[in-house]
Design a protein around this ligand. Structure first.
Ligand SMILES: [Zn+2]
Length: 165
Protein backbone atom coordinates (compact mmCIF):
# COMPACT_ATOMS: atom_id res chain seq x y z
CA UNK A 1 0.00 0.00 0.00
CA UNK A 2 1.52 3.28 -1.05
CA UNK A 3 1.59 6.20 1.26
CA UNK A 4 -0.70 9.07 0.52
CA UNK A 5 1.33 11.87 -0.92
CA UNK A 6 -1.06 14.55 0.27
CA UNK A 7 -1.48 15.16 3.96
CA UNK A 8 -4.70 14.43 5.73
CA UNK A 9 -6.76 17.11 7.35
CA UNK A 10 -6.29 20.78 6.80
CA UNK A 11 -4.08 21.54 3.83
CA UNK A 12 -1.16 23.79 4.69
CA UNK A 13 -1.30 26.54 2.17
CA UNK A 14 2.03 27.74 0.87
CA UNK A 15 2.71 31.25 2.04
CA UNK A 16 0.57 30.84 5.12
CA UNK A 17 0.21 34.08 7.01
CA UNK A 18 2.47 32.98 9.83
CA UNK A 19 4.14 29.66 9.05
CA UNK A 20 6.00 29.47 12.36
CA UNK A 21 2.67 29.45 14.18
CA UNK A 22 1.12 26.84 11.90
CA UNK A 23 -0.73 24.46 14.09
CA UNK A 24 0.02 20.81 13.57
CA UNK A 25 -3.02 18.58 13.65
CA UNK A 26 -3.35 14.89 14.23
CA UNK A 27 -4.21 12.94 11.14
CA UNK A 28 -7.43 11.01 10.93
CA UNK A 29 -5.49 7.77 11.28
CA UNK A 30 -3.79 9.09 14.39
CA UNK A 31 -7.13 10.11 15.89
CA UNK A 32 -8.49 6.64 15.24
CA UNK A 33 -5.43 5.12 16.90
CA UNK A 34 -5.80 7.43 19.90
CA UNK A 35 -9.47 6.57 20.33
CA UNK A 36 -8.59 2.88 20.16
CA UNK A 37 -5.96 3.50 22.81
CA UNK A 38 -8.57 5.16 25.04
CA UNK A 39 -11.10 2.43 24.45
CA UNK A 40 -11.80 -0.35 26.88
CA UNK A 41 -12.28 -3.95 25.83
CA UNK A 42 -16.00 -3.37 26.13
CA UNK A 43 -15.81 -0.60 23.57
CA UNK A 44 -16.23 2.32 25.96
CA UNK A 45 -14.13 5.41 25.46
CA UNK A 46 -12.55 6.62 28.66
CA UNK A 47 -11.20 10.12 29.04
CA UNK A 48 -7.42 9.85 29.13
CA UNK A 49 -7.32 12.72 31.59
CA UNK A 50 -9.67 11.55 34.34
CA UNK A 51 -10.89 8.14 33.25
CA UNK A 52 -14.52 9.22 32.95
CA UNK A 53 -16.59 7.24 30.50
CA UNK A 54 -17.03 9.71 27.65
CA UNK A 55 -18.62 7.32 25.17
CA UNK A 56 -21.05 9.35 23.07
CA UNK A 57 -19.85 12.59 24.65
CA UNK A 58 -17.80 15.26 22.97
CA UNK A 59 -14.14 14.32 22.97
CA UNK A 60 -11.20 16.35 21.82
CA UNK A 61 -7.67 15.49 20.87
CA UNK A 62 -5.51 17.42 23.23
CA UNK A 63 -1.98 18.33 22.36
CA UNK A 64 -0.03 17.39 25.49
CA UNK A 65 2.25 20.31 24.75
CA UNK A 66 0.11 23.17 23.49
CA UNK A 67 0.95 23.85 19.87
CA UNK A 68 1.58 27.52 20.60
CA UNK A 69 4.42 26.46 22.90
CA UNK A 70 6.03 24.10 20.40
CA UNK A 71 9.00 25.81 18.82
CA UNK A 72 9.92 23.25 16.20
CA UNK A 73 6.77 22.40 14.30
CA UNK A 74 8.69 20.61 11.56
CA UNK A 75 8.70 17.52 13.79
CA UNK A 76 5.74 15.35 12.95
CA UNK A 77 3.14 14.72 15.60
CA UNK A 78 2.74 11.21 16.91
CA UNK A 79 -0.14 9.79 18.92
CA UNK A 80 2.12 10.02 21.97
CA UNK A 81 1.80 13.81 21.61
CA UNK A 82 -1.93 13.68 22.18
CA UNK A 83 -4.55 12.64 24.67
CA UNK A 84 -8.20 11.85 24.15
CA UNK A 85 -9.95 14.14 26.61
CA UNK A 86 -13.59 14.66 27.34
CA UNK A 87 -14.38 18.23 26.41
CA UNK A 88 -16.50 18.91 29.48
CA UNK A 89 -14.62 16.93 32.10
CA UNK A 90 -11.04 17.82 31.24
CA UNK A 91 -10.42 19.82 28.11
CA UNK A 92 -12.49 22.98 28.25
CA UNK A 93 -13.52 22.78 31.88
CA UNK A 94 -12.55 25.70 34.13
CA UNK A 95 -9.10 24.88 35.40
CA UNK A 96 -8.85 22.19 32.73
CA UNK A 97 -6.15 21.58 30.20
CA UNK A 98 -7.08 24.44 27.87
CA UNK A 99 -7.23 26.94 30.72
CA UNK A 100 -3.77 25.84 31.86
CA UNK A 101 -2.45 25.98 28.32
CA UNK A 102 -3.77 29.51 27.82
CA UNK A 103 -2.07 30.61 31.04
CA UNK A 104 1.18 29.00 29.91
CA UNK A 105 0.93 30.61 26.48
CA UNK A 106 0.26 34.02 28.01
CA UNK A 107 3.26 33.64 30.30
CA UNK A 108 5.46 32.56 27.39
CA UNK A 109 4.38 35.63 25.44
CA UNK A 110 5.12 37.91 28.40
CA UNK A 111 8.52 36.27 28.84
CA UNK A 112 9.31 36.79 25.16
CA UNK A 113 8.20 40.42 25.32
CA UNK A 114 10.39 41.01 28.38
CA UNK A 115 13.28 39.34 26.60
CA UNK A 116 12.84 41.74 23.69
CA UNK A 117 12.67 44.69 26.06
CA UNK A 118 9.01 45.42 25.42
CA UNK A 119 7.25 46.68 28.46
CA UNK A 120 3.65 45.52 28.36
CA UNK A 121 2.50 47.47 31.38
CA UNK A 122 3.43 51.15 31.22
CA UNK A 123 4.93 52.46 34.41
CA UNK A 124 2.42 54.58 36.24
CA UNK A 125 4.94 57.13 37.46
CA UNK A 126 6.08 59.05 34.41
CA UNK A 127 9.29 61.05 34.32
CA UNK A 128 8.97 64.39 36.11
CA UNK A 129 6.88 63.16 38.98
CA UNK A 130 9.15 62.66 41.93
CA UNK A 131 8.24 60.30 44.68
CA UNK A 132 6.25 62.08 47.37
CA UNK A 133 7.73 62.50 50.82
CA UNK A 134 6.21 60.34 53.50
CA UNK A 135 3.59 62.26 55.46
CA UNK A 136 4.82 61.29 58.96
CA UNK A 137 1.65 62.79 60.42
CA UNK A 138 2.18 61.21 63.80
CA UNK A 139 5.82 62.21 64.35
CA UNK A 140 5.84 65.60 62.59
CA UNK A 141 6.30 68.50 65.08
CA UNK A 142 3.41 70.93 65.36
CA UNK A 143 3.95 74.22 63.57
CA UNK A 144 1.12 76.15 65.23
CA UNK A 145 -0.64 75.67 68.53
CA UNK A 146 -3.94 73.98 68.18
CA UNK A 147 -7.06 75.48 69.71
CA UNK A 148 -7.34 72.70 72.20
CA UNK A 149 -3.87 73.60 73.47
CA UNK A 150 -5.08 77.01 74.69
CA UNK A 151 -7.97 75.31 76.41
CA UNK A 152 -5.50 72.91 77.84
CA UNK A 153 -3.29 75.71 79.25
CA UNK A 154 -6.27 77.36 80.97
CA UNK A 155 -7.24 74.05 82.39
CA UNK A 156 -3.82 73.77 84.00
CA UNK A 157 -4.53 76.89 86.03
CA UNK A 158 -6.76 76.22 88.99
CA UNK A 159 -10.02 78.09 88.84
CA UNK A 160 -9.28 79.99 92.05
CA UNK A 161 -6.32 81.75 90.42
CA UNK A 162 -8.80 83.63 88.18
CA UNK A 163 -10.09 85.34 91.32
CA UNK A 164 -6.62 86.55 92.36
CA UNK A 165 -5.84 90.27 91.89
ZN1 LIG B 1 -11.71 13.88 31.79
Amino acid sequence: MRKASRSEGEPVAPGDRCPTLARREFSRAQKVAMIKRAMTGAGQILCEGCGLNVTGKVIEFDHVIAEALVLDKSVALTIADGLVLGRDCCHRAPGGKTAHDLADIAEAKRREARHLGIRTRPRLRAAGFAATEPQRSASRPLVKPAAWRRDDREAHHPLDQDDLP
